[in-house]
Design a binder for this molecule. Structure first.
Ligand SMILES: Cc1ncc(COP(=O)(O)O)c(C=O)c1O
Length: 356
């Protein structure tokens, strides 16, 4: 395994990369919760990635995306997301570190209140990003509004390029093959830590949104022939083709780094039981999961991504889908700034009910 890890790392090292985060992120056992649940539960703290206080999974992706942007001589970066997008905020943070100009086209799923700008939007403002808030039009679906954001961003980039600027376009969630491949390195890091700790996980749980993190993890798992079954918990409604799309993204990552293995849609497990009622909309299971982890381990999740993913983990363990005594890793993808977002994103977490 060690020889394989260094061979995979050598493939990743051949790609341009901007050093942004602090790696390896910690991996450790949650002793109290393990005892309570009857499994050996470990947490991979990618929320601790840096580069600011508000880390998360996007920092890994941005190392390769912005590495590519710098290698191509770009000076301006466009990206997209919801108004409270972690990816957008982290892109802006990383751009500032590298001296690139960040421009955001943000979809107002949740309407920001100009008199009370919160969470990631507040950070985007402090960081001085150029922000364009795009509201949905009557009769438009969320996908239509997103498509309009991309079109506006492209037209804007074309105008800037005509004036001599060099623009780099990062898709939603940084989920291109370049961004997603970062999680091949993430999987190598996990395997190295597991070897040191003499554990061999049976399961790995993570949140899945655009699918980039999942695709990269699956590509890494395949290259290293790791045993852990990856269970990705969807944070928004996913089409029936989602698994196939993630598999093809994983294969693009593998091709890009020159890896000699491929995966198929059947290798991918996405659980759709924990996202309802929808993206950025809280639910009871996630609220309970956030309170439980906070009150047993002093650790914070968020209501949009990691809270729903952890609710999925709890549901699998409590429902007997995970054999007692199994070794389970929860990949904490960050996002805790959402704890300071609008009440409609936060849900009932501010209420005193449920204190224990
Ligand atoms: C905190 C957090 N967790 C998980 C995800 C999902 O990652 P991906 O979009 O790569 O599926 C995101 C994406 O925005 C995120 O911000």
């Amino acid at each position: 395994m060690e020889a394989t890890i260094s061979a995979v790392r050598a493939l990743m090292d051949a790609k341009p990369r901007a050093a942004l985060g602090f790696y390896p992120t910690p991996l450790y056992k949650l002793e109290r919760l393990s005892e309570m649940l009857g499994v050996s539960l470990y947490i991979k703290r990618d929320d601790f990635s840096g580069m600011s206080l508000f880390g998360g999974n996007k920092v890994r992706k941005l190392e390769y995306l912005l590495g590519d942007a710098v290698a191509k001589g770009c000076d301006t970066v466009f990206t997209y997301g919801a108004t409270q997008s972690n990816h957008a905020m982290q892109t802006v943070t990383a751009c500032r570190r590298l001296g690139l100009a960040p421009i955001l086209y943000l979809n107002a799923y949740v309407q920001p209140n100009e008199n009370d700008i919160r969470s990631n939007m507040l950070l985007d403002r402090i960081l001085g990003a150029e922000m364009h808030i795009v509201e949905g039009l009557d009769g438009e679906t969320e996908a239509d509004t997103e498509a309009r954001c991309f079109a506006m961003g492209k037209a804007h980039a074309a105008r800037l390029e005509a004036q001599g600027r060099e623009c780099y376009d990062i898709p939603l969630g940084g989920a291109s093959y370049i961004g997603s491949a970062a999680f091949i390195g993430g999987y190598c890091e996990l395997r190295e830590q597991c070897a040191q700790m003499k554990i061999d996980p049976d399961y790995l749980f993570t949140a899945t949104g655009t699918g980039g993190t999942l695709a990269g993890l699956m590509a890494g798992r395949r290259l290293l022939d790791a045993k852990a079954k990856v269970i990705a918990v969807a944070v928004s409604r996913k089409s029936a083709e989602y698994e196939a799309k993630c598999a093809s993204l994983a294969n693009e990552c593998l091709e890009w780094i020159g890896g000699d293995k491929r995966i198929s849609a059947e290798d991918i497990t996405v659980n759709r039981d924990y996202f309802a009622p929808g993206y950025e909309q809280p639910n009871e299971a996630a609220t309970e999961a956030i309170r439980l982890l906070a009150r047993t381990e002093g650790l914070l999740l968020d209501p949009v991504y990691s809270g729903k993913a952890f609710a999925g983990l709890l549901g699998h363990v409590r429902g007997g889908k995970i054999t007692p005594g199994s070794t389970v890793v929860f990949w904490h993808t960050g996002g805790a700034t959402a704890l300071f977002a609008e009440k409609e994103i936060l849900g009932p977490l501010a209420e005193a009910e449920g204190a224990c």
